[in-house]
Write a protein that binds this ligand. Structure first.
Ligand code: GRF
Length: 190
């Protein structure tokens, strides 16, 4: 199973997937890591591991991908023969062309138990709402915001003295287990 990874930030989920592969808990190969942010740490992490890493260039939109970004990505996914495009902290909405080209092959992780709290800072939304349990969700990407069929979820308790930071950190610990586990499920499905 060949994976291309797309992220905008620190890349801790990418790291967890790479670690699961190197410790033989996941039978997969990461063939490329891409980012819409030139100095994103996810690119640096990839380079340190000797994995192909590329900045996707400027984009005319702030919160979604544009045609150039999508076309470059589609070309690279074909060149790298990626089976799945794995979104790991990618902060833009993906447009229809990429989704239809790779239908059922784009997956994402979101820091809440979807369909609760889609969108930004889901851990803060959970805290503000006052839920006692939240978590993370690995799901297929469709044209909706944090929608698409759910592959796997892990729950996390919200504690009385939580701050947005402590809750986010507890959710991320579970994300780092959930993403490799979800990919393992997909690789078994063949
Ligand atoms: C994660 O919390 C993920 O749920 C969200 O963005 C964050 C990415 O973190 N979509 P990282 O870059 O993998 O460290």
């Amino acid at each position: 199973m060949k994976l291309a990874i797309l992220g905008s930030g620190s890349g801790s989920n990418f790291q967890a997937i790479a670690d699961a592969i190197s410790s033989k808990q996941l039978d997969a190969e990461i063939t490329g890591v891409f980012s819409d942010v030139p100095d994103a740490f996810i690119l640096e992490r990839a380079r340190r591991l000797g994995i192909y890493a590329e900045y996707l260039g400027d984009c005319i939109f702030k919160t979604r991908t544009d045609k150039n970004m999508e076309q470059l990505l589609i070309a690279r996914l074909h060149e790298l023969e990626a089976d799945y495009l794995v979104l790991a902290g990618f902060m833009r909405m993906i447009k229809a062309e990429l989704i239809s080209t790779f239908s059922n092959a784009i997956i994402n992780i979101h820091p809440s138990l979807l369909p609760a709290f889609p969108g930004l800072a889901a851990w803060k939304q959970a805290l503000d709402y006052g839920v006692k349990i939240t978590g993370c969700t690995v799901h297929y990407v469709d044209s909706g915001m944090d929608m698409g069929k759910i592959i796997l979820q892990r729950s996390v308790p919200v504690l009385p003295d939580d701050t947005p930071e402590t809750l986010h950190a507890r959710i991320q610990e579970q994300e780092h287990i959930a993403y490799p586990e979800a990919l393992r499920m997909l690789s078994r499905m063949g």
